[in-house]
Design a protein around this ligand. Structure first.
Ligand code: PRP
Ligand code: URA
Length: 212
């Protein structure tokens, strides 16, 4: 099913188990937030497999040895507001020194086109490995605009992580940004007439923050 080399879909039983609870309309805000974090951590473990490492000298109680570490300042997390905020702690759990930038976007309810309303990124982001995160990849408009915003600021190493993807959105991002690895825990069936993902989980921002 996956015809794009830059698209990675997870089929680990733990992720599938947690996504099934996340989708459930009976899952409340607290559990929803915890699950988003846990799934992000599981995805981040795998998607950090190829991050830059540098040699460091370490003194053990017995001798000096050369070991490898991820440079503390080399990773930046950029959530797409609002719902992407729910994924930040999931990466910080694994890599607490990652700095955080924010890109604010909302979808126009009639055209489904994304509108950027905020962008604040850490200095020097162009040289970092950037994890752009958003739980929902629906039409792909928000992800593509956010990726363009990052590239305009010189970012070259970007990874995009979404919890649920629709085929339409995955295809759009994969085609428009073939240099960006796209990690999606689950590929869903498609979009409804309001550009919501089916079966999906509803509105991720509302479920995370209790706004509806
Ligand atoms: C949701 C979601 C993505 C976007 C995905 O945000 O978190 O950012 O929609 O849709 P797309 O792929 O069709 O662009 P929304 O615009 O509802 O804003 P919110 O996070 O503030 O609720
Ligand atoms: N945004 C969401 O939060 N959910 C969808 O299904 C699509 C866009």
């Amino acid at each position: 099913m996956n015809k794009y080399q830059n698209v990675f879909i997870f089929d680990h039983p733990l992720i599938r188990h947690k996504v099934s609870i996340l989708r459930d309309v009976k899952t409340g805000m607290k559990e929803f937030r915890e699950l988003i974090e846990e799934i992000t951590t599981l995805m981040a473990y795998e998607s950090m497999r190829d991050v830059e490492m540098i040699p460091v000298q370490v003194e053990t109680p017995l001798e000096t040895t050369v070991q490898y570490r991820i440079p503390e300042q080399s990773v930046v997390i950029v959530p797409i507001l609002r719902a992407g905020l729910g994924m930040v702690n999931g990466i910080h759990t694994l890599f607490p020194t990652a700095r955080v930038g924010h890109i604010g976007m909302y979808r126009d309810e009639e055209t489904f086109q994304p509108k950027e309303y905020y962008c604040k990124l850490p200095d020097g982001i162009a040289e970092k490995t950037v994890f752009l995160v958003d739980p929902m990849l629906a039409t792909g408009g928000s992800a593509c605009d956010a990726l363009n915003a990052l590239k305009k600021r010189g970012c070259k190493k970007i990874k995009f992580m979404a919890i649920i993807g629709a085929p339409e959105g995955v295809e759009k991002v994969a085609k428009e940004h073939p240099d960006v690895p796209i990690y999606v825990s689950t590929l869903d069936r498609g979009l409804n007439e309001n550009a919501y993902i089916l079966p999906g989980l509803g509105d991720a921002g509302d479920r995370l923050f209790g706004t509806k």
